[in-house]
Design a protein around this ligand. Structure first.
Ligand code: NAP
Ligand code: MG
Length: 527
C-alpha cells in the first residue's frame, strides 16, 4: 500500500498548472525583494551541464523551470537531461580517470586543488548564499553563516586527507609455502567513476559533502543535483573550472530523478553511487546498482527522537534546543528532532515552551532579512507535509500550535507542535520533512528506550539531562548514527555522519569518508 509519503510523480505540466493556481495572499515581507545585480546577471546566462570541462545543453535540447518557492515564480531554466547526457558525462569521467592528468598529480597537488575550491566558495560566499536562498527558500542569512562556510570547510578538511591516505605493511605466514619469504602491503586506491545524487534540503552543502571526499581520494564524479534546487551546483561547476580541477574530473548534469538519476544509478561504467535522499528512493538506487554491482553508499531519512529528562537543569536551554532541533531549515533536515519525548513531570511545560518558540518564528521569503523561516522547497513538498497534517488531525492528534499552510502564495507551513499522539499514527511513524514535531510523554527509562528505537530509521537522537551516567547509558542504548547530549544539530567535517537501520549505508565526513571513496588492494611480493 502506498503511504502518503510515497513519491507520486506529478507530470511537469500538471505541476505548472498547480503552481499557477496559487493565490495572491502573502506571509510577511515582500516577495519583490531585489536580487543583487551579480546574481541577476548569472541567472540570465543560459544554464548548461558541465561535461568534460565544457558547458553543454541537454542532448534533447530540453529545459525545465526552476521555481522560487517563496512565490512560485520561475527563476531560470536548466537542462532536462536524460540517458544520453549521463552517458556523455560518464564517458568524460572515465576518460579523466583512466588517462587524464588527474591520476598523475601528486597527492599534495591534488590536495591543493581541493583546498582551492574551499577558498573560492568563501570568496563567492555572498553570491552563493543569495542563490541558495532564492532556489531553496531558506533565509539568506542562514545560508551565509551555515550552508556556505560549511561547504567550504569540507573542501578544506578533505584537502588535508589527500596526503594521508595510507595502506599497511602486513607480516604474513603462508603455511603452505615453507621457507618462502614475502613482503605484503596494502594500497588504498580511488574507486574510479562515482555517480552522486543529492537532495534539495542543503543543495550546496550536500554537493560539497559528496564531492570533497570523492576528489580528495582521487575519484572522478558525475553529480546530479535535485530538480528543485540545481543552481548552486551549477555555480559550483564554474568554481571547479576556476580552481583548475582538470576537465572531466567533475561533471554536473541537471535533470529529474526518474530519468537522469535513474540512468546514473544503473550505468554499467559507474563504479560507485553515493546517494542522499528518501529511504524509498534509496531502495530504488540499490536495485539499480545491482546490474554491475557498483558500490553503494546511502544517507537516507530519519525520525529522530529528542529526549528531555526532568533533571535537565536549565529547562529554557532544553526548550530552545528542542525547537531548534525541529525548526532549523524548516524541518527539512534528515536528522531533525521530529519526535520530542519528554519526561511526564515537565511535559506540559516543555511542549508549551516549544509552541511559544513556534508561534514567534517569522515566516517570509528567504531574501527578506527579517525572515526566520522560509517556505518549503516545492509545491510537492507543501502537499506532502499538509497531507500529513490533515491525516494527524483525522487520527485525533491535538495541535498545540500550527497545523496548516500559511498564506496562499508560496509554500509556507506554520511551525507545528502536536501532542496526544499514538505510535500507530503516520505523523509519528513517517518522516514528514517539514516544521512539525510530535511530542510524547514518558515515565521510565525502561519504557522510553524501546519506544525511542521503535522506528525503521536510525539516523540521530538527542538526550537532555545533567545526569552524566544516565546520558551515557541512554546514548549507548539508542540505535542511531549520531547521538547529541545536551545539544542538537552539531555537525562537523571531522565527525562521521550516517545512519543505523534504514537510514543508510556508510558514514560521510571525517576519515570515515575515506572508506566510502577508496578500495583496498593487497600486494604480495615474493622475495
Ligand atoms: P528523493 O526523491 O529521494 O530525491 C533525492 C534525489 O534522488 C534527487 O536528486 C532526486 O531527483 C533523485 N531521484 C529521485 N528518484 C530517483 C530515481 N528513481 N533514481 C535515481 N535518482 C532519483 O526525495 P524528494 O522527492 O526530493 O523528497 C521526498 C522525501 O524524501 C522528503 O519528504 C523527505 O522525507 C525525504 N528526503 C530526505 C532527505 C535526506 O537528507 N535524508 C533529503 C531530501 C528528502 P529529483 O529531485 O529530480 O526527483
Ligand atoms: Mg525530488
Amino acid at each position: 500500500m502506498k503511504t502518503i509519503a510515497s513519491r507520486s510523480r506529478v507530470p511537469t505540466q500538471t505541476r505548472k498548472a498547480l503552481r499557477a493556481r496559487n493565490g495572491n495572499g502573502h506571509v510577511s515581507g515582500s516577495t519583490k525583494i531585489k536580487i543583487s545585480s551579480r546574481v541577476a546577471a548569472w541567472l540570465k546566462k543560459p544554464k548548461q551541464n558541465l561535461i568534460g570541462g565544457k558547458w553543454a545543453p541537454a542532448a534533447s535540447g530540453k529545459l525545465f523551470d526552476v521555481f522560487n518557492p517563496a512565490d512560485a515564480s520561475v527563476i531560470t531554466r536548466v537542462p532536462d537531461s536524460g540517458k544520453e547526457d549521463i552517458n556523455r558525462a560518464v564517458s568524460a569521467a572515465r576518460r579523466a580517470f583512466e588517462s587524464g592528468p588527474w591520476r598523475r598529480l601528486t597527492p599534495s597537488e591534488r590536495g591543493k586543488l581541493v583546498w582551492k575550491v574551499g577558498d573560492l566558495i568563501l570568496e563567492n560566499a555572498d553570491e552563493l548564499a543569495e542563490l541558495e536562498s532564492l532556489d531553496n527558500g531558506k533565509p539568506r542569512a542562514i545560508a551565509r553563516v551555515a550552508d556556505v562556510p560549511l561547504a567550504a570547510d569540507i573542501f578544506h578538511y578533505m584537502a588535508g586527507w589527500a596526503t594521508k591516505i595510507e595502506g599497511n605493511t602486513i607480516p604474513i605466514s603462508v603455511s603452505y609455502a615453507p621457507g618462502s619469504q614475502f613482503h605484503a602491503f596494502t594500497l588504498r586506491e580511488p574507486v574510479g567513476v562515482v555517480g552522486q545524487i543529492i537532495p534539495w534540503n542543503f543543495p550546496l552543502l550536500m554537493a560539497a559533502w559528496k564531492l570533497a571526499p570523492a576528489l580528495a581520494t582521487g575519484n572522478c564524479v558525475v553529480l546530479k543535483p535535485a530538480e528543485q534546487t540545481p543552481l548552486t551546483a551549477l555555480r559550483l561547476g564554474e568554481i571547479f573550472l576556476d580552481a583548475g580541477i582538470p576537465e572531466g574530473v567533475v561533471n554536473i548534469v541537471t535533470g529529474f530523478g526518474e530519468t537522469a538519476g535513474a540512468a546514473l544509478a544503473a550505468h554499467d561504467d559507474v563504479d560507485k553511487i553515493a546517494f542522499t535522499g528518501s529511504t524509498e528512493v534509496g531502495k530504488i538506487i540499490v536495485r539499480a546498482a545491482a546490474g554491475n554491482l557498483k558500490k553503494v553508499s546511502l544517507e537516507l531519512g530519519g525520525k529522530s527522537p529528542n529526549i528531555v529528562f526532568k533533571d535537565v537543569g536549565d529547562l529554557d536551554v532544553a526548550i530552545a534546543g528542542a525547537a531548534n532541533a525541529i525548526f532549523f531549515n524548516h524541518g527539512q533536515c534528515c536528522c531533525a528532532g521530529s519526535r520530542l519525548m519528554v519526561e511526564r513531570d515537565i511535559f506540559d511545560e516543555v511542549v508549551e515552551g516549544v509552541a511559544r518558540y513556534a508561534k514567534k518564528i517569522k515566516l517570509g521569503p528567504g531574501l527578506d532579512p527579517s525572515t526566520e523561516m522560509g517556505p518549503l522547497v516545492s509545491e510537492e513538498q507543501l502537499n506532502r507535509v499538509t497531507n500529513y497534517l490533515r491525516q494527524g488531525k483525522q487520527e485525533g492528534a491535538c495541535y498545540v500550535t500550527g497545523g496548516s499552510r500559511a498564506g496562499e502564495r508560496g509554500y509556507f507551513v506554520r511551525p507545528t507542535v502536536v501532542k496526544d499522539v499514538k505510535p500507530s499514527m503516520s505523523i509519528v511513524r513517517e518522516e514528514i520533512f517539514g516544521p512539525v514535531v510530535v511530542a510524547e510523554p514518558f515515565t521510565k527509562v525502561e519504557e522510553l528506550i524501546p519506544r525511542a528505537n521503535q522506528t525503521q530509521y536510525g539516523l540521530a537522537a538527542g538526550v537532555w539531562t545533567r545526569d552524566i551516567s544516565k546520558a551515557h547509558r541512554v546514548a549507548a542504548a539508542l540505535k542511531a548514527g549520531t547521538v547529541w547530549i545536551n545539544c542538537y544539530n552539531i555537525l562537523d567535517s571531522a565527525l562521521p555522519f550516517g545512519g543505523y537501520k534504514q537510514s543508510g549505508w556508510g558514514r560521510e565526513m571525517g576519515h570515515a569518508a575515506l572508506e566510502l571513496y577508496t578500495q583496498t588492494k593487497a600486494v604480495v611480493v615474493g622475495l
